[in-house]
Design a protein around this ligand. Structure first.
Ligand code: SAM
Length: 270
């Protein structure tokens, strides 16, 4: 029997899971506004690196939403991530575009590279997944060993402001063809003793026949400005060369204040 589109029954359901286990949805949601970060990264290379950038590494690269764009510009790229599904997605896309499968399953607190990189980046708070000071230091030490002298680690995080209340929620939306994804993330509160922020995350995925809600939960270590500066002092190979914010305007360096929330640190490898 012929069934018109309006008669196709819509099924709906929900699942408690990590968005990182759905690389296709993650990549659409967070990959759709890649351009500002991509232009900013290349702006940093031109403005702050003394030698030409050829080799780029992304710790916790996920689906490699930025690495693939950089690869198509001629850079040699590589990354690691704990999530095998994300790494497979990343490598499959590299391969489809004719690039080697250079993402590996690995922990950003415990890895080594065969050849050093000119630049590394980690843009959207991923660093805050590292739940202890020891893990954060171990990560920065790995990064220092992975970068050549004069290289740069570009690290974007949300700081906890002390002069005003922090942002409580964020929403994103993305669409490709019939696939529509809406997401909402909100802070459930901060455990001050453990310096952990608990976040709720709902991702609603719509296709013409199905609605799926992915119910996720994240925990992020909190950093006030002073706490982050004290962390950086523990890894003397790095010095802060410049700071920007998440408007990714390369012609506008920003100064951190007690109200600052989003910062991109340019950590120079001495
Ligand atoms: C917000 S996503 C960011 C992915 C990618 N960097 C981007 O900008 O789209 C965070 C990623 O960090 C990964 N991750 C969390 N802890 C990690 C660790 N200790 N080592 C490696 N990857 C980790 C997760 O699997 C996830 O893919």
């Amino acid at each position: 029997m012929y069934c018109s589109e309006s008669q196709i029954p819509m099924t709906s359901g929900s699942v408690h899971s990590s968005i990182y286990d759905y690389p296709k949805y993650y990549d659409l949601l967070f990959g759709s506004d890649w351009k500002a970060e991509f232009d900013f990264l290349q702006g940093c290379f031109r403005k702050h690196l003394k030698r030409p950038v050829r080799r780029i590494f992304e710790p916790a690269c996920g689906t490699g939403r930025l690495l693939i764009r950089l690869a198509t510009q001629g850079y040699e790229v590589a990354g690691n991530d704990l999530n095998r599904l994300a790494v497979d997605f990343c490598n499959d896309r590299f391969e489809r575009h004719g690039f080697p499968r250079t993402a590996v399953v690995g922990d950003m607190t415990d890895f080594a590279v065969r050849r050093k990189f000119d630049v590394a980046f980690n843009m959207i708070n991923t660093f805050r997944h590292l739940s202890t000071e020891a893990a954060a230091v171990a990560h920065l030490q790995c990064m220092a060993r992975a970068l050549r002298r004069g290289g740069m680690y570009i690290l974007g995080i949300h700081l906890e402001p002390t002069a005003c209340p922090p942002m409580q929620e964020e929403s994103w939306s993305a669409r490709r063809g019939n696939l529509v994804i809406n997401s909402h993330m909100w802070s459930k509160g901060i455990d001050r003793t453990k310096r952990m922020e608990h976040l709720g995350l709902h991702i609603d995925v719509y296709t013409p026949t199905r609605k799926l809600r992915i119910i996720d939960h994240m925990e992020y270590r909190t950093y006030r400005k002073g706490q982050f500066l004290s962390l950086i002092r523990k890894v003397p190979e790095f010095r802060i060369a410049a700071t920007y914010d998440f408007s990714y305007n390369i012609s506008q360096e920003t100064l951190m204040t007690t109200s600052t929330e989003d910062v991109v640190f340019l950590l120079e490898r001495g």
